[in-house]
Ligand binder design. Structure first.
Ligand code: ADE
Ligand code: ZN
Ligand code: ZN
Length: 305
């Protein structure tokens, strides 16, 4: 028997919503999937043996032993874990500096409910790994959240202006396609770079970022790993960097309905590449500090701000 045909009055709204979903990138709320996977693939290369072992133990079977496969997970949960939605970003009152006490809260003004608070919170939870009696936190989720949010805090527009929702409310064209500024930084720049330079292949791009880390950026890595408070996760500093990059690169020379093309692309994609690599190095550093038993014996324990 033929399948029942969808009724006409249902078909039209369905078509409209499908078209809207395809044309409006609003609601994408992090580096896209690719950005998160790349950040985590870089992190995986810098994990200590202890951290690797702990990560393997905590990963769900569906991860196939690779942290990177789980790094986009938190975005897929945004509708189920509604409370976690504000944890992906932080907004400033339209100024180019970030202050945790002023800017790290959800829309009910609960403090620490932002990306910086989330990184510190999930780090604190993971520090209970190996406790006896066993930690009461779901450390698998803590790890997947932490890996995701360290990526997010490095996307400049995840620490940006409240007024325009981190660029979500700024409509632009990315070359000939309609987009919003936030989506350009989450997805479009990365997609275009992959197409132009890396044969549309994620692993080729990760290898290139890794080459840069071992050559061009090698002198920078020790700076990236440090912050004023050497025992903290440094999430606050990453947020300060991001709002600076939002102002100097993402928002610069952008207005509603502008078309962004070569001039914007060629001056901004190096920033995106660097932030993906920095996110990876810093995620590895945080996980190494959490799980590295030898280091924990010889240095002060990680202090969470
Ligand atoms: N929603 C509101 N502000 C946001 C931001 N800065 N990043 C992502 N989603 C947001
Ligand atoms: Zn985003
Ligand atoms: Zn996110």
């Amino acid at each position: 028997m033929a399948a029942p045909r969808p009724q006409k009055h249902l078909l039209l709204p369905l078509l409209v919503s499908l078209l809207l979903a395809a044309s409006s990138p609003r609601g994408a709320d992090a580096w896209g999937k690719e950005g998160h996977i790349m950040t985590c693939k870089i992190a995986e290369r810098y994990l200590s043996e202890d951290a690797k072992a702990a990560v393997q133990e905590l990963l769900p079977a569906s991860a196939g032993g690779e942290l990177s496969t789980m790094c986009p997970w938190a975005d897929t949960m945004r509708f189920r874990y509604h409370w976690a939605s504000p944890l992906h970003y932080a907004n400033t009152p339209n100024v180019c500096n970030f202050k945790s006490s002023r800017d790290c809260h959800n829309n009910k003004h609960v403090q620490k409910m932002c990306v910086v608070g989330a990184i510190n919170n999930y780090t604190a939870q993971l520090l209970t790994y190996g406790d006896s009696p066993k930690s009461s936190w779901n450390l698998t989720e803590s790890l997947m959240f932490l890996a995701h949010f360290v990526g997010d805090v490095h996307q400049p527009l995840h620490v940006a202006f409240e007024e325009d929702e981190g660029g979500n409310a700024i409509q632009v064209h990315w070359y000939r396609r309609k987009a919003n500024l936030h989506h350009v930084w989450d997805v479009s720049i990365i997609d275009t770079v992959m197409k132009d330079f890396y044969n549309k292949d994620l692993d080729t791009m990760v290898n290139a970022l890794h080459m840069n880390l071992t050559n061009g950026w090698s002198d920078d890595i020790s700076h990236w790993e440090n912050c004023e408070n050497k025992r903290a996760t440094c999430a606050n500093d990453y947020a300060i960097e991001s709002i600076g990059l939002s102002c100097h690169y993402a928002y610069k020379d952008v207005e509603q309905n502008i078309t962004l093309g070569d001039d914007y692309y060629f001056t901004r994609y190096p920033v995106v590449e660097k932030r993906l690599a920095q996110g990876g190095i810093r995620l590895a550093m945080i996980l190494n500090r959490i799980f590295d038993k030898k280091e924990a014996d010889t240095t002060m324990p990680l202090y969470v701000q």
